[in-house]
Design a protein around this ligand. Structure first.
Ligand code: MG
Length: 371
């Protein structure tokens, strides 16, 4: 049987769930968490939410759902190589983006702007709110009642102010300790996944070109190698052969650098992991290569005028919806009308929308002749 490292999170040592639940049969606690996430409504919505491109712009671009699957695939490979808990890593990866608004980061920024002075909006915290409160599926509790370790992994970062409201989940941000290695892996896998798939989607959309990307060292090195081995390859295959090498190099570097840190720090338990500096790291060289690629994508893809047009439209849609609902909460579906904290319920409603649903709601509220 596969043996976990002594500093891995073992499901039998979980800090448990908020509400007592019977022990699962034939699966461990983290497998059950993963299954609950996959069956949730918020998970299905990820199919129609985007990262960079809007869902209707093309059928081949990544959505939050395919992104989450890629993160889970990368993270599981890393976890297995490091003898860490693959089931926990899978659960965290699949849940990590549940709280995202429609229209990617533009949507989150717009909603956060609307929620200034009302507690703000942050997608990590919203993911937690979904799994802790908003999913309505079980008879005896709200949310999915996930294990502490899965919930902890969902909260990647958090302000001190918010951490104080999170109880034991917030403690590590106040005491400046680390999350499990499993949670750390998911953060790195997220980064590997989006950097590389944004390159792929960026090329496919035609918003960035191979010539531009060849200015980035970590791309040009691999495309040159592929061209040498396979001269005359079609562009699609050339791009894929390049990207698979980039992903593989990052994954191998992350594993090897982390093995080095573990050998140096010698953690003997999960507690040692929590007390030490973050152990899951890229080498300085590949860390810098990642940052270089991020800078390239920011400049050339995320700030491409065609992306910015969509971004600005998304911000307008979210801002309009928020104002209309907060000004007259009677326009909201009844379950989102609230005497206590109407702004938060408006944010919940908007954050839960898919890209196309948000556009449809906007038309229903603002377009003359639409009902
Ligand atoms: Mg992500």
């Amino acid at each position: 049987m596969f043996k976990l490292a002594p500093y891995a999170v073992a499901s039998e040592n979980s800090r448990g769930r908020r509400f007592a639940d019977d022990a699962p049969s034939h699966r461990n606690e983290f497998q059950r968490d993963r299954d609950r996430i996959v069956h949730s409504t918020a998970f299905r919505r990820l199919e129609y939410k985007t990262q960079v491109f809007v869902n209707h712009e093309g059928d081949l671009f990544r959505t939050r759902l395919t992104h989450s699957l890629e993160v889970a695939q990368i993270a599981r490979g890393i976890a297995r190589a490091l003898c860490l808990n693959e089931d926990l890593v899978e659960a965290i990866s699949l849940a990590h983006d549940l709280g995202h608004t429609p229209f990617g980061h533009a949507g989150q920024d717009a909603l956060n702007e609307c929620m200034q002075n009302k507690g703000g909006f942050e997608h990590n915290l919203q993911s937690l709110r979904i799994v802790d409160q908003l999913e309505e599926r079980y008879a005896s509790f709200d949310g999915l009642n996930l294990c502490f370790e899965t919930r902890e992994g969902i909260i990647k970062h958090c302000s001190r102010e918010n951490a104080l409201k999170l109880g034991e989940l917030g403690e590590r941000f106040i005491q400046r300790t680390q999350a499990s290695l499993e949670a750390q892996i998911c953060n790195s896998a997220d980064e590997i996944a989006y950097n590389n798939h944004d390159v792929d989607d960026g090329l496919r959309s035609g918003l960035i070109t191979l010539e531009q990307l060849e200015q980035v060292e970590s791309f040009s090195r691999y495309i040159t190698a592929v061209r040498q081995i396979y001269p005359g390859l079609t562009e699609r295959r050339l791009v894929h052969e390049t990207i698979r090498r980039m992903i593989n190099a990052l994954v191998c570097d992350l594993i090897e650098t982390t093995v080095g840190h573990i050998a140096r720090v010698k953690p003997e338990s999960l507690d040692d992991v929590r007390q030490s500096a973050p152990l899951v790291q890229f080498s300085d060289k590949l860390g810098e290569a990642q940052r270089e690629m991020k800078r390239f994508l920011h400049k050339n893809l995320y700030h491409h005028f065609q992306v910015l047009r969509m971004t600005s439209k998304a911000q307008r849609i979210i801002g309009d919806l928020f104002s209309a609902f907060l000004d007259d909460p009677r326009l909201l579906p009844p379950q989102f009308q609230s005497e206590e904290n109407q702004a938060r319920r408006v944010a919940d409603y908007i954050a839960g929308m898919t890209d196309r649903y948000a556009m449809k709601e906007h038309r229903r509220l603002f377009a003359v002749g639409e009902i």
